[in-house]
Design a protein around this ligand. Sequence first.
Ligand SMILES: CC(=O)SCCNC(=O)CCNC(=O)[C@H](O)C(C)(C)COP(=O)(O)OP(=O)(O)OC[C@H]1O[C@@H](n2cnc3c(N)ncnc32)[C@H](O)[C@@H]1OP(=O)(O)O
Ligand SMILES: CC(C)C(=O)C(=O)O
Ligand SMILES: [Mg+2]
Length: 520
Amino acid sequence: MRTVEIFDTTLRDGEQSPGVNLSTSEKVEIALQLEKLGVNSIEAGFAASSPGDFQSVRAVAKEVKQATVVSLSRSVEKDIDAAWEALKEAESPCVHVFLATSPIHRKHKLRMSKEEVLENLDQAIRYAKRFFPKVEFSAEDAGRTEIDYLCQVAERAIKAGADVLNFPDTVGYLTPEEYADIFIQLRRRVPGIEKVHLSAHCHNDLGMAVANTLAAIQAGVDQVEGTINGIGERAGNAAIEEVAMALKTRESYYQAATTLNHREIARTSRLVSKLTGMFVPGNKAIVGANAFAHESGIHQDGILKHQSTYEIIRPETVGFEKSRLVLGKHSGRHAFRDHLSALGYRLTDEQVNQLFARFKEMADRKKEITDQDLIALVEEKWGEPKAEAYALEWVQLSYGNQSVPTASIRLRHAETGELLEEAACGNGSLDAIFKAIDRITEEEVELVDCKIVSVTRGKDALGEVYVQLNQNGLTVQGRGVSTDILEAGARAYIDGINRLIQRRGEKPSAEKEKMGVSLG
Ligand SMILES: CC(=O)SCCNC(=O)CCNC(=O)[C@H](O)C(C)(C)COP(=O)(O)OP(=O)(O)OC[C@H]1O[C@@H](n2cnc3c(N)ncnc32)[C@H](O)[C@@H]1OP(=O)(O)O
Ligand SMILES: CC(C)C(=O)C(=O)O
Ligand SMILES: [Mg+2]
């Protein structure tokens, strides 16, 4: 099994995504996470492009200890000087010098002849080698460069002293076979090519960046370049997490591995998405929210019987907690029962069938059925008419952005009519309210979830708060509505506690079991 090095360019090509601009501290945070992920090189930016990018490359170079830190540079001395100035304190610095080689770029962009391009790259690499222990040279738009000329480019770059030669499919134009063939030809035809490392860099304009990268690996490249979540110029770069997981999952096919710590993939993806503001689509391979979610009944049944029926990767392998069985209109009884049992309901087959019909009706109208919806379904079928143990009299808040929120609350005990008052501080206003209610009721409950929803629009909008409470495995939901969201929160929490008391006291497990419904 050979090792393919991972060259991460999230902070350079990834940052070239329209609308993305990372600050120095954000770049350092991502670089440190990339180091934990185990990438071999981190391209931190393009030092000559702006004072901010210079700062960022320098800061990343100072912090990163394991990976090689790289700066991009045009084939001009002043860019190489800036790269060296930014990278000279790095443990392992590398400059990435590039120059376009394709006829289109030579003619229209650089306005250089073939000979001028060769001369220019030769000079730039020799100049870079005066400072840097490692120089990577990229033949930009290699994918659209005449293969004979590309061989001349490679030979000249090797003679000038480049350590790594990268042949990017800059505009994502090639097919996997065509891209692999470039490396096969270069290896066959260029003298001295065995002295350098070969690298692949693919763009996703035709959705083939990962396929092309894998084809390059099969053609024997030593390094592949890409970004986390596949972000980058236009349609983006090859997604590193996809390449790495293809190698791991199809190990015996590719016979190649990376040094990545795969369990860090999910964390790295989330961080990059958060700091770049680039949302990861739900269906994105490996890191999308749906990558390990199953909605249809037949798949959910399969997963419940054996995970391998519909999953080729265990979610934990890439740092996700577990697969999700999402309840929706395509779900079946197995997943439905599984969800109910996770909420503490043990139902007979007959009861599941009765509820399942209602569930399907509801699922036809809603995209996703939540835990709250399921609890409501059970309560609608078997819940007692609501008998309140406590009712809200009033709630008062003291809040300032410089002070700790404090809530005072008065509840009326329904049976005795007694008025009960308490006050409590909290991390926020709702937390203070919930704590004050806990003090009065002396209930030990865990707040599992709290959702605030606006029911109507405008300044006098009605707000609705849902809480999900758990007490010793028994789950209930509480709901409160008011034009004031804090009052709605207090009402929801009291509603939840009333339901718990009702379930525990007025509907003891023995009685429930007679009906065949056991709770908890
Ligand atoms: C495929 C890629 O991802 S390449 C990397 C792309 N990334 C970036 O461009 C991000 C950073 N870029 C920048 O901040 C700016 O473009 C700078 C600072 C580098 C240059 O800015 P300016 O000097 O204003 O030039 P501008 O960007 O308008 O034009 C680029 C110039 O560099 C030349 N050039 C392009 N590539 C190279 C190269 N590899 N080596 C030498 N010169 C090059 C162009 O021909 C053009 O030259 P001209 O002014 O003589 O026509
Ligand atoms: C600078 C080079 C390597 C590049 O990003 C590309 O050609 O896509
Ligand atoms: Mg690129």
